[in-house]
Design a protein around this ligand. Structure first.
Ligand SMILES: *[C@@H]1O[C@H](CO)[C@@H](O)[C@H](O)[C@H]1NC(C)=O
Length: 289
C-alpha cells in the first residue's frame, strides 16, 4: 500500500507541532479512538514513514539475540559462564539502511557474541530511537534545580569537586547527556531474523556502509583481522512507540506497511529537533505530570 497524496503528511507535521505544546494526557498508551485527541494521532502508516526516516538517519542500534539452549560449545573458548541458555543479550551495533526497503544492514563480525547467537539459530530484535541533533530551546527542569537550593546533581558534583560556585545555567553546569524528553520521542523495535546478503554487490554494500561508518573500512569483508560479512535483518514485526500516547501512535505496525514506505515519503517528513528552535512540549505546565 502506498501513501496516497490525499493523506496529508502536512497535517501530520501540524499535529506533531500542536502536540508538542501541551503536557501529555496519555503517556504509555493511546486514548480510545472516540476521544477528542485521538483524531490527531498519526496512523500506523504515517508512523511507518517516520520510523523509516529514523532507520535511514540513525547509525546505531541495540541488537538483541538469545543465547542457545546448549551453550557449552563456547565455554572454554571464550571464558563464557555456564547457564546462559535462553538468556537475552542486547548490545550496540552499527546499522546502515543500504537496501532502503525497511530491512536494516549490518556488518556481521563472526566472533561477535550477537552473531554467534544468530548462527546458533537466534532470532533478533533491533531497537533504535530518535535523538534530535539540536537541543530544544528550553529544557524541562526538575523542581529542585529551578529553586535557589542546589539540586541533588549539583550537590553531588560539588561533593565530587566538579561543581562551580554559582548555580546559574551556564557553561560550568554539567552537560545533559539525556536526549531531551526522550519519553516523548519516537523509537521502535524491529523483530525478525538475520540472513546473509547475496544479491547485492559487496562493493555497493561496502560503499554504503562506510559512508555511514567511516571506521568500518577496517573490518570490511576480506579484512585480515576478522571474518566479516554483510547481513540484513529480515523484519517480520514492527513495534512502534511514537511518543506520548495522546499525540503519537503506540503499537504494532503491519510489516507490509513498514516495507512499502518509499524514499520519497521518508524524505518528505521531519522528526522532532531536526531544526533548531524546537520545543520539547509545554515547559510551563510540566509540573502537572
Ligand atoms: C524465531 O521466530 C519464529 C517466529 O517468527 C519462530 O517460529 C521460531 O521458533 C523462532 N526461532 C527460535 C530459535 O526461537
Amino acid at each position: 500500500m502506498r501513501l496516497s497524496t490525499s493523506i496529508p503528511l502536512l497535517s501530520l507535521a501540524a499535529a506533531a507541532e500542536a502536540g508538542t505544546l501541551s503536557p501529555p494526557q496519555h503517556i504509555f498508551s493511546n486514548p480510545l479512538s472516540s476521544s477528542s485527541s485521538a483524531h490527531q494521532i498519526p496512523t500506523p502508516y504515517e508512523s511507518a514513514v517516520l520510523g523509516r526516516r529514523i532507520l535511514a538517519l540513525t547509525p546505531l542500534g541495540n541488537l538483541a539475540t538469545v543465547f542457545p539452549a546448549d551453550d557449552g560449545q563456547y565455554g572454554v573458548e571464550e571464558n563464557r559462564p555456564d547457564g546462559l541458555g535462553g538468556m537475552p543479550h542486547s548490545l550496540m551495533d552499527y546499522v546502515a539502511d543500504c537496501e532502503d526497503d525497511g530491512n536494516p544492514t549490518f556488518l556481521a563480525i563472526n566472533i561477535e557474541t550477537t552473531f554467534k547467537n544468530v548462527r546458533d539459530g537466534s532470532n533478533v530484535s533491533l531497537a533504535q530511537q530518535w535523538t534530535p541533533p539540536y537541543p530544544p530551546d528550553k529544557r524541562i527542569k526538575s523542581t529542585t534545580t529551578t529553586t535557589s537550593t542546589p539540586g541533588l546533581l549539583s550537590k553531588l558534583m560539588n561533593w565530587l569537586g566538579l561543581g562551580s560556585d554559582d548555580d546559574d545555567e551556564d557553561d560550568s553546569q554539567p552537560k545533559d547527556l539525556v536526549p531531551y524528553s526522550a519519553a516523548n520521542l519516537p523509537r521502535f523495535s524491529l523483530l525478525g531474523y538475520v540472513e546473509k546478503i547475496n544479491d547485492v554487490s559487496a562493493a555497493a554494500l561496502s560503499e554504503c556502509f562506510v559512508n555511514k561508518h567511516p571506521d568500518a573500512k577496517y573490518w570490511l569483508p576480506g579484512n585480515r583481522i576478522h571474518e566479516a560479512e554483510f547481513v540484513r535483518l529480515v523484519v517480520q514485526q514492527v513495534y512502534w512507540v511514537g511518543g506520548f500516547g495522546d499525540r503519537a501512535y503506540i503499537g504494532w505496525i503491519p510489516v507490509d506497511k513498514w516495507n512499502s514506505v518509499t524514499r520519497e515519503e521518508w524524505e518528505s517528513v521531519s522528526l522532532p529537533g531536526e531544526k533548531k528552535g524546537w520545543k520539547e512540549w509545554n515547559v510551563e505546565t510540566a509540573g502537572d505530570l
